[in-house]
Design a protein around this ligand. Structure first.
Ligand SMILES: Nc1ncnc2c1ncn2[C@@H]1O[C@H](COP(=O)(O)OP(=O)(O)OP(=O)(O)O)[C@@H](O)[C@H]1O
Length: 234
């Protein structure tokens, strides 16, 4: 299975944000999506998640059976600002989520076994989500995406607000998840991209391009900075 994007375009009024995005993403890798502020990373994710219409081009999944449109259940989106129903406890939310997705879940577990996946403290499991910290809400959002197990998982700066211990736990979860799905993670932290990602992809001047993986870390950093700085002169 591959996620193929061909000549994707998106503009807001007169601003061409995505000019000609063409790229093929494969499972087994975590892709680190880097770009300047306002380059269009969130816009690209919003297009792939079908939250906003595109102005041109297409994207689809391709496997040995052929090409398939992305269905809503094929894609998971972890937002940088986690959105959870604040009036529910973590347990109520998880039970509700499992109930409405019963048909598609591979193997149902006990609720506490799910919480254990993301190491949510036992005393927090029956607390209202409105009292959760940003990082804890982020864990819940990550958990429902792990349970839903979409083929493509988009992560918009997911680790920025997490403490170092939780961030390390999340990195290990993502490394486990990558084997049978496509993971694309946007970040501004180059060190995180180098540490976690298998391939760096730059969104620059409305186009996506892979950065050579044969370079050592210092050369890679210099190359990325050079490409991103070119935007100032274009
Ligand atoms: N709904 C919208 N209406 C008009 N312009 C928009 C809209 N959404 C995004 N934009 C513009 O599109 C451009 C890309 O924004 P986007 O949020 O995708 O960038 P980004 O790469 O995610 O940025 P950052 O790294 O700062 O989060 C920006 O110029 C932004 O102002």
């Amino acid at each position: 299975m591959k996620l193929k994007i061909e000549h994707l375009q998106k503009r807001f009024d007169t601003k061409d944000v995505l000019k000609d995005v063409t790229f093929t993403f494969e499972p087994g890798k975590i892709y680190g999506l880097l770009g300047r502020n306002g380059a269009g990373k969130t816009t690209l994710f919003n297009c792939l998640n079908q939250d906003i219409p595109v102005d041109g081009g297409r994207f689809y999944l391709e496997d040995e059976m052929g090409e398939h449109d992305l269905r809503l259940e094929d894609i998971g989106y972890v937002l940088s600002t986690p959105q959870v129903p604040e009036f529910l406890t973590a347990r109520e939310f998880l039970k509700f989520f499992i109930e409405i997705n019963k048909e598609s879940l591979q193997k149902e577990k006990e609720i506490d076994e799910y919480f254990d996946i993301v190491n949510l403290e036992k005393e927090d499991r029956d607390r209202l989500l409105k009292d959760f910290s940003h990082g804890m809400k982020n864990k819940m959002q990550m958990l429902i995406n792990i349970i839903a197990s979409p083929k493509v998982l988009l992560l918009d700066e997911p680790l920025t607000s997490l403490d170092v211990v939780v961030a390390e736990e999340m990195k290990n979860i993502l490394r486990d998840l990558k084997h049978d799905r496509i993971l694309i993670l946007s970040t501004h932290i180059m060190e995180l991209a180098f540490d976690l990602c298998d391939e760096i992809v730059l969104l620059s001047q409305g186009e996506l391009r892979a950065v050579s993986s044969t370079l050592d870390e210092e050369e890679l950093k210099a190359d990325i900075l050079r490409i991103l700085q070119e935007e100032d002169h274009s």
